[in-house]
Design a protein around this ligand. Structure first.
Ligand code: ARG
Length: 483
């Protein structure tokens, strides 16, 4: 075995092994073809570790310089697509370390002093996920801005609000969109919370019990930006826990699942709203596809796929949480299975958020400055739908209450009025005053503004309600928040 290389032929851990791995076992145990995406975090972690080893007098300044030089070369090679990833070297960590040793000799072999792949991989995944969380938070902010831009244009646009998917009460379309902004704002809060627990340093735990070298773990944490809310180094405090738990990945996937569920609910509404039976909105053609048999079709593929992909992300959550459940302390190879579900969760969520921002808010063409592709709203279809289904029945009941009737009696009286109107059929507001007075003599001319959609909207003037002034106040609040 060449002295500066891991022996890749005969499963070169040590002299202990008397036979090579079969090719099938090699493929079964290797992770390099998916975990190579951790390379940046792996190099950052190694450089921070080496820097600390040198500072502590465990590694010479020359060795540190050699390691830094080698890593710079490796980074350049990976970026240029020149790095040769080898299945025999199992994972991203061994691939990079072996190449480092090939490049700089003994200094490369000293890098692993006081470290194990167990604390290394836990550190890499945390570093990688931390940065992905930051990107996803930015995308969620973009999506909220996109929704807000459509909301601003549609404060006075009225559509039927539903409960049980039955027409319930009229609401402002802006109000409806702001509901999703609330959900995505909570998703951001959750992710930021997960980020705090993700951004803690396992390195220095070594295989499971800590190490005999006088490491300075705080130093490594600072170098890697693993700090708490007070700027103090955030270091995992128990070596067994640090190398073995993947709860941060599970938490992240739970937060991602919730976010996808919110996207999925929105998708379901977009799909309904753009069907011929609603006709409330249109989305740009580039987010739809035709049918191979029915020439008239324009199918909402993007929202449908987002709804479908939600199942996939929730599946990853189930996979990860089940992965953890039977594992004794400390590290077990089971944990290598955390990566694909976690990576796919990040990819799926990231792409979905990007597409949704564009599909809803539109995209500005840098050449022309023109915005295109955003949600197109059909206010008259929404308004017409709100006229059906007696959406202002509650307003009539509230009107009677204000005339002194107990609410339960008012409710019953309005039920009779709705029954009469639906036998015509006509809207409550189309019943002549004499007919309305037949239901209760206290009803006067002043009932008609109450029965209008606009009147109904304006009357719901409580904090968080759908009255245009409330909606405007919320829009201002979100503007401040999303600046
Ligand atoms: N590829 C491994 C993983 O993802 C790295 C840690 C391996 N540790 C070990 N003791 N075999 O978990």
């Amino acid at each position: 075995m060449a002295s500066n290389q891991l022996d890749t032929k005969s499963q070169g851990w040590s002299a202990l092994f008397s036979e090579p791995m079969s090719e099938l076992v090699q493929r079964y145990t290797a992770s390099v073809f998916f975990d190579q995406r951790l390379w940046r975090a792996d190099i950052a972690g190694s450089l921070a570790h080496a820097g600390m080893l040198a500072q502590q007098g465990i590694l010479s300044a020359d060795d540190l310089a050699a390691i830094q030089r080698g890593m710079a070369q490796i980074q350049a090679d990976i970026e240029a697509g020149r790095f040769e990833w080898k299945l025999e070297l199992e994972d991203v960590h061994l691939n990079i370390e072996a190449r480092l040793t090939q490049l700089v000799g003994d200094a490369g072999k000293r890098l692993h002093t006081g470290r194990s792949r167990n604390d290394q991989v836990a550190t890499d995944v945390r570093l990688w996920l931390r940065d992905e969380i930051d990107q996803i938070v930015n995308l969620l902010t973009e999506l909220q801005r996109a929704l807000l831009s459509v909301a601003e244009q549609n404060v006075e646009v009225i559509l039927p609000g539903f409960t049980h998917l039955q027409v319930a009460q009229p609401v402002s379309f802006a109000h409806h969109l702001l509901a999703y902004i609330e959900m995505f704002a909570r998703d951001v809060e959750r992710l930021q919370d997960v980020r705090r627990r993700t951004n803690r340093l396992p390195l220095g735990s070594a295989a499971l019990a800590g190490t005999t070298y006088p490491l300075n773990r705080e130093h490594v944490a600072m170098a890697l930006g693993m700090v708490d809310e007070h700027g103090q180094p955030a270091v995992c405090q128990n070596s067994l826990d640090a190398v073995s738990d993947r709860d941060f990945a599970i938490e992240f996937t739970a937060a991602a699942s919730l976010c996808m569920v919110h996207i999925s609910r929105l998708s379901e509404e977009l799909i309904l709203w753009m069907s011929q039976n609603f006709g409330f909105i249109r989305i740009a053609d580039r987010f739809t596809t035709g049918s191979s048999i029915m020439p008239q079709k324009k199918n909402p593929d993007v929202p449908e796929l987002a709804r479908g992909k939600t199942g996939r992300v929730v599946g990853h959550l189930m996979g990860l949480i089940t992965l953890m459940k039977g594992q004794p302390l400390a590290y077990n190879k089971d944990n290598q299975e955390d990566k694909e579900p976690l990576f796919d969760t990040v990819d799926t969520l990231r792409d979905t958020l990007r597409i949704f921002s564009e599909m809803i808010g539109g995209e500005v063409d840098p050449a022309t400055g023109q915005k295109s592709g955003g949600l197109q709203v059909n206010p008259s279809a929404m308004q017409a739908a709100a006229q059906k289904g007696y959406a202002t029945a509650t307003d009539l009941a509230d009107y009677l209450v204000k005339k002194g009737l107990p609410f339960r009696d008012a409710h019953e009286i309005v039920a009779h009025a709705v029954k009469a109107a639906s036998s015509h059929p006509c809207d409550l507001s189309e019943l002549p005053l004499s007919v309305l007075q037949g239901f209760h003599p206290s009803i006067g001319e002043d009932v008609y503004p109450v029965l209008s959609l606009r009147g109904s909207l304006e009357a719901r003037n409580t904090l968080g309600g759908t009255a245009p002034s409330q909606v405007q106040a919320q829009i201002q609040r979100h503007h401040q928040r999303l600046k």
